[in-house]
Design a protein. Structure first.
Length: 752
């Protein structure tokens, strides 16, 4: 329908006054309100649409009309999507899908998938699209199936999987051609051309493809803007800067569009400026894009959504970093890395109100996880796993929907202003000099691995380390050797042999990463790893032996001073089950601080005690097994006597400044596009912890117990965490998998 058609529909509905509405049945009243809301929504009159759709929802719920309840909830979700409230849109659409109504859901699930994709939640988007595809096939809806394939192609585009994207688009084009849907065929061909251009290739026939949009002076619709982008990129790849400049000007304007579309436009503006030799304007566009991305992340209370939105900045960050590398300037490279790396970790910690429903769901999930451990393989295990998946989905949906209901905690003064600026680089160098430390920033670009060495005492230096594949292979081999060494602890001969393999792996990776870097005697080391090196045990590296080492997500955040303590240092120490030394370790750690172990004798309340400790105590030590969930890292957990405590249920924000996780390999991180780290350690830092000690590989229980008691003995006397950990590893080499993440921390000597 055209805009005039929607206006005519609203004019017709205006003749239905209150008296007339009273004569209608509940279903008819709801239908009138739904049609009015949809008309306003199509005209982007969001306030009017929201009012009518809420009225329709109220009647549908009160009168038990599930089909129209489904439509009202789903259309409200579409409205919030257009308004830019992505988590709220996801929650509303999920709620609609749970309504027990006999309605076709293929199109509605596709809508939900589009919101998930816009939020950067790729795995959820893809799963939802496959559900929609199955339904479209079962109902023989060929055109709907082709439309869904377009969104599957979009998922592949975001993941840089051009082959899959072209395959999905090709299938959709064939369906549209067979059905005579010329407009859709043309639009899909346009998208396929954009995929080819994004991979540096001008597709055949692109000039003929663009003919229908030659006379479009100011593109407004999504299709028109995509055609304009294709034209700009085509001219750029052909080297016609003048034509690219003219075409790019047509994209300027205030047309409403998605975050991804806005970032794509800004990328083209930056590329055109760079092609004109105007590097200053190009950098200005890049900086504006980074701010736009930060604003998109800030409103949502979901850490997963905040991090996942960084996907949309990937092409911009690659352009920005490539431009900085080409300049050879260490300062510009530093600015580029800090501008894009771990965007959500520079945002203030999120806060959330008590949510009884989520708490109840977490309790059910905890019990289900406990049952899974004691359920034999077969139908019973399958049923428990199905229940766990359902509970995790419901919890995640509630987390997504928490946008706008709470205010973020106050950010650290000065950190945001320094990101990607000369002040940030200078401030970091000053901090490194004052603290007598050297920084090693590791990053990748175009399949190559690099390092940036920064120190207050010397000139900064860029160095090429090799291909990402080569460095990744070395890092993966080291982690595998460390894991094997831990499990061979009870076999002396095997342990010795694998220990030699660990030493070889450490030496080879150290040679590549550190090269000829010289660190002055007495200086510490700060490492900001790239994706390939996210789970390396930096404390164990030969070049770091005996040095205070900190693994930082962002050097800008690392360089920000710790705010003054607001009271005495308080300590909580908890023990989990299945660790022979855990209870004695927790008691000994507490004794080092003049406190008592927090765990209860029977462990029935330990999960609640841990959550309370993270909300109240300065130092929290946990001697417990844990699970690192790679597919959904915010369901990583610590295993206590009454069940697992998940990252999803941690306090927001934490009061704890220093957290020690004393067992398993909870220092692991999975870095997603945008170099956003995911895992329990990253979650604790995101929620406000200053620093976290955790291991990247299993550590024998006896070694961990002795080492951690020694570590707290030093920490309790005021020794900074990085120095205390270095001395601990020197005395207990078996504990070399432990690393300090975030920033250094020290107690102000006052304990309670």
């Amino acid at each position: 329908m055209s805009l005039s058609d929607w206006r005519a529909a609203l004019a017709a509905l205006a003749h239905v006054d209150d008296a007339s509405m009273d004569l209608l049945t509940s279903r008819e009243r709801t239908s009138a309100l739904l049609n009015g809301g949809l008309s306003h929504l199509s005209l982007l009159e969001l306030d009017e649409a929201r009012a009518q759709l809420h009225d329709a929802l109220d009647i549908a719920v009160a009168e038990n009309v599930p089909e129209q309840e489904f439509k009202a909830r789903h259309n409200l979700g579409c409205l919030e999507f257009y308004a830019g409230n992505l988590p709220e849109a996801i929650s509303l659409m999920r709620a609609a899908d749970e309504v027990d109504a006999r309605v076709a859901r293929a199109r509605a699930r596709q809508d939900l998938a589009q919101v998930l994709l816009e939020s950067g939640l790729l795995s959820q988007a893809r799963q939802t699209l496959h559900e929609a595809l199955d339904e479209a096939r079962s109902q023989r809806l060929a055109l709907e199936e082709a439309d869904i394939r377009l969104d599957l192609a979009a998922c592949a585009i975001v993941e840089d999987d051009a082959a899959t994207a072209r395959s999905e688009l090709g299938t959709a084009i064939r369906v549209y051609r067979a059905r005579g849907a010329e407009g859709r065929q043309r639009s899909t061909s346009l998208l396929r051309a954009a995929v080819d251009l994004g991979n540096g290739r001008v597709p055949r026939g692109v000039d003929d493809l663009l003919v229908p949009w030659l006379d479009t002076e100011r593109p407004v619709t999504g299709e028109e803007r995509l055609a304009a982008r294709v034209r700009v990129e085509t001219h750029l790849l052909r080297g016609d800067v003048g034509a690219a400049t003219y075409a790019a000007q047509r994209l300027r304007g205030a047309a409403r569009q998605s975050l991804a579309g806005d970032l794509h436009d800004r990328l083209l503006f930056a590329k055109v400026a760079a092609a004109q030799g105007d590097s200053r304007t190009a950098r200005r566009e890049v900086r504006a894009s980074a701010r736009r991305l930060g604003r998109a992340q800030a409103p949502t209370q979901s850490l997963e959504v905040r991090a996942a939105l960084a996907l949309h900045g990937r092409r911009l960050s690659e352009f920005d970093l490539g431009d900085a590398l080409a300049s050879g300037s260490a300062r510009r490279v530093f600015d580029s890395i800090e501008r894009w790396r771990a965007v959500s970790h520079r945002l203030p910690p999120v806060s959330a109100p008590a949510d009884p429903e989520t708490a109840e769901l977490m309790a059910h999930l905890r019990q289900a996880r406990l049952r899974l451990g004691s359920t034999a393989p077969g139908e019973g295990e399958s049923a428990v796993r199905s229940q766990i998946a359902s509970l995790e989905g419901r919890i995640a949906a509630r987390d997504w929907s928490a946008t706008g209901r709470t205010q973020p905690a106050r950010s650290t003064p000065g950190a945001a202003a320094q990101v990607g600026s000369a002040a940030g680089f200078s401030h970091t160098r000053t901090a490194l000099g004052q603290r007598q430390e050297v920084a090693l920033v590791l990053f990748a670009h175009a399949g190559q691995q690099y390092s940036l060495e920064v120190g207050g005492h010397r000139r900064s230096r860029l160095r090429h380390l090799g291909t990402v594949a080569e460095v990744t292979a070395l890092a993966d081999r080291l982690v595998r050797d460390l894991r094997a060494h831990a499990f061979a602890a009870l076999n002396p001969a095997l342990s010795t042999a694998i220990g030699r393999a660990v030493d070889v792996s450490l030496t080879e990776l150290d040679r590549v990463v550190f090269g000829d870097l010289t660190i002055p005697d007495g200086f510490g080391l700060v490492v900001a790893p790239s994706r390939a090196l996210a789970s390396v045990p930096w404390t164990a590296m030969p070049s770091a032996t005996g040095r205070a080492v900190t693994v930082a997500v962002s050097l800008t955040r690392w360089a920000t001073a710790e705010p003054p303590a607001d009271g005495p240092t308080t300590v909580a120490s908890l023990a989990g089950p299945s660790l022979r030394r855990a209870v004695s370790e927790a008691q000994a750690v507490a004794a080092m601080w003049g406190a008592r172990s927090t765990s209860t004798p029977d462990g029935t309340d330990d999960s609640a005690l841990l959550v309370a400790a993270l909300a109240c105590d300065t130092v929290v030590h946990v001697a417990a097994h844990g699970t690192h969930e790679r597919q959904n890292p915010f369901f990583s957990s610590l295993h206590l006597a009454d069940g697992p405590v998940f990252a999803h249920e941690l306090p927001r924000p934490l009061r704890s400044r220093h957290v020690v996780l004393s067992a398993c390999d909870l220092g692991q991180s999975d870095l997603r596009p945008g170099d956003e780290p995911f895992g329990l350690t990253a979650a604790l830092l995101s929620l406000g912890a200053r620093s976290v000690v955790a291991a990247v590989a299993p550590v024998p229980d006896e070694v961990a117990a002795l080492a951690m008691v020694d570590y707290h003995r030093q920490l309790s006397t005021g020794v900074p965490a990085a120095r205390a950990l270095a001395d601990t590893v020197a005395g207990h080499p078996g504990a070399r998998a432990f690393c300090l993440y975030g920033a250094d921390w020290a107690t102000p000597h006052t304990h309670a």
